[in-house]
Design a protein around this ligand. Structure first.
Ligand code: FES
Length: 494
């Protein structure tokens, strides 16, 4: 029977990114069967998969670790002892089945050899043929006993077995998304880290919003929860994703928000965690939500921030939904803007209460295509674009990222801060490119884009900044043949 692998598992085994696998599928090198890949096809395209050479796999792990914001609630990367024991037992059963099959094959060969040796026939040709076959079989068995040649499929099996011990693969239906549960994290935490948007509320077993049905596989309840599942629900396989981890690979029936319209409007009492003055008129602001009430949003969206005195601002979220508890914003001081004035003064300090309402806006990543993505940001337009790029890295789907950032002249500190982020991304990703610009004209930007992307029609463009800069640029890109559906625009206050 053909053994099939999910895209995520195939990428891990081959030591490449999911985007690499997708690229091979698009080129026709790999065929998918209901979203899965045959082991034999994977070995044909990546013949060097072996246990000893894991550089590529480590590289992929490093990419994510270095490029994505670290989860502040990250748990150990080793599964709990209870989960490990269950996985080892399952592995023991698989090995027993393999060993039994091997013993049976051995016995069959013995029997064939015995019968061939005992074969008598009046026909001399038939006797000679039987003797020749017996000799060949004996020689082949001797060679096998001397040491079998490394079999790529067996090596892949060994590697897969080890990876299954460390992480379980979850497939969500009906969306078809899949992700890994690593270490001792809950199914919900793993889905958030992977950039999925499963339904949830409290993250702590009280509201029942994360209810999902286990279609196949085994879960382990990590903590008791107050939300009562009825006997019938339990019998049907319902669990709370926030309170369970995966023991084996799972197929899970769960609702996933696939568009901004699927997300509920939320109102959260959060606190100011950190203020960082990047330039005299620009501040990096970090907001922390309660652990049991994080913000569900899509990368690139905005939130309305309101101080206790009523001063408010609607700002793009400059971080990705993979860390929904720690949200980052850029705040520009503008004359007559009481929200910014309060933040730039001592009136608002870390620990100060702040109301968070959202998510708002439709500037989100097009996840229906792995096409290379081009981001063009002006000034604070970098905020939502950072969110989009970090999310793009966490879902590991987009083929490449090219960021053009037009920085305002005379803001050296904000540029330095931005450069630290660029460098981290560039060090971690070999498909991330940056072109910094300073007060570039429309003609210059279009000329750069054309030089770097001679086929702009096949790209997805994300533009963020003041309307006066974005609209002419969008018109210019349309003039180059970029279809409207490949253009996303986010207008920020000038
Ligand atoms: S998110 Fe509330 S019970 Fe799981």
């Amino acid at each position: 029977m053909t053994q099939l692998l999910s895209l995520s598992r195939a990428a891990r085994l081959a030591g490449v990114t999911r985007a690499d696998i997708q690229r091979h599928i698009r080129r026709g090198d790999l065929t998918t069967f209901e979203g899965e890949i045959a082991v034999s096809d994977l070995l044909r395209v990546f013949p060097r998969v072996s246990l000893e050479n894991d550089d590529a796999l480590e590289r992929v792990q490093r990419i994510k670790a270095a490029a994505l914001p670290r989860s502040h609630d990250a748990d150990t990367m080793l599964p709990s002892p209870a989960v490990l024991v269950t996985r080892l037992q399952a592995m023991g059963k698989a090995l027993v089945a393999k060993a039994s099959a091997l013993d049976a094959a051995q016995a069959l060969l013995d029997e064939v050899e015995t019968r061939l040796t005992a074969l008598t026939s009046p026909d001399a040709d038939a006797r000679a043929l039987a003797r020749e076959f017996t000799d060949w079989l004996a020689q082949a068995r001797l060679e096998l006993a001397a040491g079998p040649q490394p079999d790529p499929e067996a090596q892949l099996f060994a590697k897969d077995t080890f990876l299954r011990l460390m992480a379980a693969n979850i497939k969500i239906i009906p969306s078809g998304s899949d992700f890994f549960v690593e270490g001792n994290e809950s199914i919900l935490d793993a889905s958030v880290r992977a950039g999925l948007n499963l339904a949830y509320g409290c993250s702590s077993g009280n509201c029942g919003a994360c209810k999902a049905r286990v279609v196949s596989g085994e879960v382990w309840k990590m903590r008791d929860h107050d939300y009562p599942l009825s006997a019938r629900e339990k019998q049907m396989g319902y669990i709370l994703a926030c309170s369970n981890t995966a023991v084996t690979d799972l197929v899970l029936e769960a609702a996933e928000a696939l568009s901004v319209d699927d997300l509920p409007r939320q109102d959260i009492r959060a606190t100011v965690r950190k203020k960082e003055v990047l330039d005299p008129d620009l501040m990096g602001l970090q907001i922390q939500t309660p652990r049991t009430h994080t913000l569900r949003f899509m990368a690139g969206q905005r939130a309305l921030l309101r101080l206790e005195d009523g001063a408010s601002a609607e700002l793009p979220i400059a971080s990705c939904p993979c860390d929904p508890r720690h949200l980052q914003f850029l705040v520009r001081r503008r004359p007559g803007n009481p929200f910014a004035e309060a933040l730039f003064s001592d009136q608002v300090r870390p620990g100060h209460l702040i109301n968070l309402e959202g998510p708002l806006g439709r500037f989100v990543l097009d996840e229906s295509s792995p096409a290379p993505a081009v981001f063009i940001a002006f000034g604070e337009g970098i905020a939502p674009v950072r969110g989009l790029i970090e999310h793009g890295v966490s879902i590991d789907l987009i083929e490449s990222f090219h960021l053009y950032w037009d920085a305002p002249a005379g803001e050296p500190f904000s540029c330095q801060n931005q450069w630290r982020w660029y460098r981290a991304m560039k060090d971690a990703l070999d498909n991330f490119f940056v072109t910094p610009m300073v007060d570039a004209s429309l003609e210059d930007i279009l000329a750069l884009v054309i030089a770097d992307h001679p086929d702009p029609v096949s790209r997805r463009f994300y533009l963020a900044g003041p309307r006066a800069r974005i609209e002419p640029l969008a018109t210019g890109l349309r003039g180059l043949g970029v279809p409207e559906k490949h253009l996303s625009q986010e207008f920020l206050e000038p």
